[in-house]
Design a protein around this ligand. Structure first.
Ligand code: G3H
Ligand code: 13P
Ligand code: NA
Ligand code: ZN
Length: 343
């Protein structure tokens, strides 16, 4: 069944676990993503980032996606998640990741998203509160959950933490939650987005603990979210590079730290990069083990893109040649079906 994000996250608080939230970058990923969660009898949070909605709306240069593109993409992924999630025995939420503005959130909701993130983390505190409140009012009236963000994701580079001022202040977080009534809040406590988080990144779990303790003390529910939580499995990086890729300095968050974070009040753990790496590896393997596909009329161009863009691991860099399948899940020939299996 399709549910708002809050329903899935409230359960984590009672049972003291954290829920993974996995990004989709192509409509064709929805079916398998839901099936895998069903196998584990786990609830599912699938999330499409703002620009991913643009891509799933057919915009190959998704960095320039317009609101119109995002509307089409939200509808496409919304339809697919409805198709495979509605009659599923597990709860499924479709969540907008890093919504940039109110209009992006509205487009997601219109397309069938059951939850939206409004990312006002780059705004001054009071403006972030104002924007988030507006979105909360609109979304809650429609039974849709809201995630917001406070603090700028700090990174670790060359084994040294960047400026501490970007970490979330727990007291600010509690004030923010009280004033906005958000269902979930992304905090900055040492994670960062992407595949280059630095070796041995260490999470400042006391930030999560202090925030959660205050919320529990005041009897307020709000799920704390860990963004930038990919583990960047070294064996996948190695496999990509052995197949001709060039991914350097790629390190993630250790799994043990994420497990610890779950015990410290983190309820939602966001993963995108790991899936992108795995998809890239899968596609490279496909062309390696089935070299005849390198000259396929429908997907040969994907092989040439993989060969040319050695440092890339964003599937969106390789998928434009099969855009109709990415958008609408129509799989016209066997070769295209083989690529869809990779994603
Ligand atoms: O945290 C956000 C996503 O991993 C970034 O996705 O490349 O679609 O903006 P994007
Ligand atoms: P990663 O880049 O670590 O996968 O983080 C994803 C994320 O935070 C999505 O919002
Ligand atoms: Na999010
Ligand atoms: Zn994020």
């Amino acid at each position: 069944m399709l549910v708002p994000l809050r329903a899935i996250l409230e359960a984590t608080e009672k049972e003291h676990y954290a829920q993974g939230a996995f990004n989709v970058n192509a409509v064709a990923q929805a079916k398998a993503a839901i099936q895998v969660h069903e196998m584990f009898r786990s609830p599912a949070i699938l999330q499409g980032a703002d620009l991913a909605n643009g891509f799933m709306g057919g915009r190959t240069d998704f960095m320039n996606a317009t609101l119109e593109d995002k509307k089409v993409g939200a509808q496409n992924i919304g339809n697919a998640v409805k198709k495979y999630g509605e009659d599923s025995p597990i709860p499924v939420a479709l969540h907008l990741d890093h919504g940039r503005d109110f209009d992006s959130c509205k487009a997601a909701i219109a397309g069938g998203y059951t939850s939206v993130m409004i990312d006002g983390s780059s705004l001054p505190f009071e403006e972030n509160i104002e924007l988030t409140r507006e979105v909360v009012k609109y979304a809650h009236e429609r039974g849709v959950s809201v995630e917001a963000e406070l603090g700028v994701l700090a990174g670790v580079e060359d084994h040294v933490f960047s400026a501490g001022s970007t970490y979330t202040n727990p007291l600010d977080a509690v004030e923010f939650i009280k004033k906005t009534k958000v269902d979930a809040l992304a905090i900055s406590y040492g994670t960062m987005h992407g595949a280059n988080k630095g070796k041995g990144a260490k999470l400042r779990k006391e930030i999560a603990i202090a925030t959660k303790e205050c919320l529990l003390h005041e009897g307020i529910f709000c799920a704390l979210v860990s963004h930038g939580s990919s583990t960047v499995p070294q064996y996948i990086v190695k496999e990509i590079n052995e197949l001709g890729g060039d991914i350097q300095n790629a390190y993630g968050i250790e799994l043990a730290q994420l497990k610890e974070a779950a015990r410290c009040g983190i309820a939602k753990i966001n993963v995108d990069t790991d899936i992108r790496l795995a998809v890239t590896r899968n596609m490279k393997e496909l062309f390696h083990y089935r070299p005849e596909l390198q000259n396929s009329a429908s997907i040969g161009q994907i092989y040439r893109l993989l060969e040319e863009k050695k440092t890339a691991f964003d599937p969106r860099a390789f998928l434009p040649p099969i855009m109709n399948t990415v958008m609408y899940g129509d799989v016209p020939d066997e070769d295209v079906a083989a690529i869809v299996d990779c994603i």
